[in-house]
Ligand binder design. Structure first.
Ligand code: PLP
Length: 231
């Protein structure tokens, strides 16, 4: 488990270097450790090395892990596809959701958020690659969704999230991240108080940081390769 600790240091170094290269303020990018498919022991090791924020994609897998790690008071982000029958569990157990892409899901999260918990932090997932099969709200429908979420008292709209598609052409990656940043800026100009741009993963975090990311979601660079057949 020493490998998790040194991987954490290496990812922090990559983030710091990318921030410097982009001429941005030190500390302006948060690291979300994506622990889906990895065991409680790996999360514990990362937590003891100082990591506080963790991301999970599958409700069924996540709930026992959250329960086992309750005493560490970590921050949990749900980043996976969100079906309507999973909204209650997510609203009851997570601090953040990055994958809200339609009003019905937002309404259900709001209604299920327990009154004794703080409002659930929400990022809207945007489809920036125009592939009809991918999840995420279409950019044309984004302002209406932001408006709908902003009116829900148990949700706190924080920003936007995207998973770019289309391979490893860095010019295309830059363009997709820049597009998400521009959409965020448009919403801010319309009066939404957004502070989070959730973009960048193990393979493209430098490009995302160059384009304004404030939160990178990193899994394999911290914990190792996931079995690709299942996830
Ligand atoms: C799995 C996942 C990640 C982490 O991907 P890595 O390439 O392992 O860093 C980030 N974001 C989302 C939405 C994911 O599902």
């Amino acid at each position: 488990m020493d490998t998790v600790k040194s991987a954490l240091q290496a990812v922090h170094a990559r983030i710091a270097k990318a921030i410097l290269a982009a001429g941005r303020a030190p500390g302006c990018v948060e690291l979300l450790a994506v622990s889906k498919t990895f065991p409680v022991a790996a999360i514990t090791t990362a937590a003891h090395a100082g990591q506080r924020a963790f991301g999970e994609s599958y409700v069924q897998e996540a709930l026992p892990k959250l329960a086992a790690l309750r005493d560490l008071s970590l921050t949990w982000h749900f980043i996976g596809p969100l079906q309507r029958n999973k909204t209650q569990a997510v609203a009851q157990h997570f601090d953040w959701v990055h994958s809200v892409d339609r009003p019905l899901i937002a309404q259900r999260l709001n209604d299920a958020r327990p009154p004794d918990m703080p409002a659930l932090n929400v990022c809207l997932q945007v489809n920036i690659s125009d592939e009809t099969s991918k999840s995420g709200v279409a950019p044309a429908n984004l302002p209406a969704l932001a408006q709908a979420v902003a009116t829900l008292p148990r949700l706190r709209l924080r920003g936007l999230m995207a998973i770019p598609q289309g391979g490893t052409d860095s010019a295309i990656q830059h363009a997709q991240f820049a597009r998400l940043h521009a959409l965020q800026t448009e919403l801010i100009d319309q009066g939404f108080a957004l502070d989070t741009l959730s973009m960048g993963m193990s393979d493209d975090l430098e490009i995302a940081i160059a384009e304004g990311s404030t939160l990178v979601r990193v899994g394999s660079a911290l914990f190792g390769t996931r079995p690709s057949s299942t996830h």
